[in-house]
Design a protein around this ligand. Structure first.
Ligand code: UDP
Length: 246
């Protein structure tokens, strides 16, 4: 099995985080995994959703939105607004991003405020949902630091970093971080979300007109977890570089 871009089965695409690309956001990150690039912007509002007030739920809230910009795909993808409704795929992805980040943020410590994570795909080449989570984790960490700097919070509400990666089975071989070409060819598509401690947040695996064995599942779990460790090391490196707070 030869990957089109010459990568080893366990090799991630080059990863890069560009910080502060949207200056009005509380924090922003342009994350690149190879040719997949996603803008992750975080804004904090000093209010909580009405259902929390009505149900007397304390603490804050964190929610995410995801969309693909019309020019992010090979053929133009009309904005959802032009169709009058959000497509099912975007809804599913934004809920995944929200769940992934809520797993590592202490909403009680966040206090009565809402953290919005807006993920907009600038360039889609496979793995946009996983790149969005990996980028959003950095943006959320930076936004939390900002809240502490501004003395809105006395301690960081973000307990851990979270990362995500896609894996799949290509010509019988388990591979990590699929690009679009590979995504079309794989017989299994398996996305993993995990924390820096190696604990899983979510696993999404499906056979694409095929089945997969326990052994392949185990291989993908090992590959995915190892790759997420690499992604989290890259997140740490960029956070250390930009850190005013260390
Ligand atoms: N894609 C596309 N148009 C769409 C949906 C997907 O071009 O409306 C491409 C895009 O490159 C995306 C890939 O198909 O990254 C795989 O899509 P999938 O739904 O598996 O999500 P992703 O891998 O991006 O999380």
């Amino acid at each position: 099995m030869q990957r089109a871009d010459g990568r080893a089965p366990d090799q991630l695409r080059p990863i890069n985080f560009e910080i502060g690309i949207a200056p009005h956001a509380t924090a922003s990150v342009l994350v690149a995994m190879g040719n997949t690039r996603v803008i992750c912007g975080v804004m904090v509002e000093e209010t909580v959703p009405r259902w929390m007030k009505e149900q007397g739920v304390s603490g804050g809230w964190l929610t995410a939105e995801y969309s693909m910009l019309p020019y992010s795909t090979q053929t133009r993808k009309p904005r959802d607004i032009s169709k009058g409704k959000l497509d099912g795929r975007s809804t599913e992805i934004q809920r995944l991003i929200g769940r992934s980040l809520r797993a590592v943020v202490d909403l009680e410590k966040l206090g009565p405020r809402t953290m919005w994570i807006d993920c907009d795909v600038l360039q889609a080449d496979g793995g946009t949902r996983t790149a969005a989570i990996t980028g959003a984790s950095v943006a959320v960490a930076l936004a939390c630091r900002r809240l502490v700097e501004e003395k809105k919070l006395s301690e960081l509400p973000v307990a851990k970093l979270v990362g995500a990666v896609s894996t799949g089975v290509l010509e019988g071989v388990s591979v990590v971080d699929l690009n679009y070409e590979e995504d079309k060819l794989v017989t299994v598509d398996f996305n993993l979300v995990a924390t820096e401690e190696g604990e899983f947040v979510e696993l999404q695996g499906s056979g694409e007109e095929a089945t997969f064995s326990q052994q392949q599942l185990d291989e993908m779990l090992v590959l995915g977890r190892r790759s997420i460790c690499e992604l989290i090391a890259a997140q740490r490196a960029v956070l250390a570089e930009v850190a005013p707070m260390g």
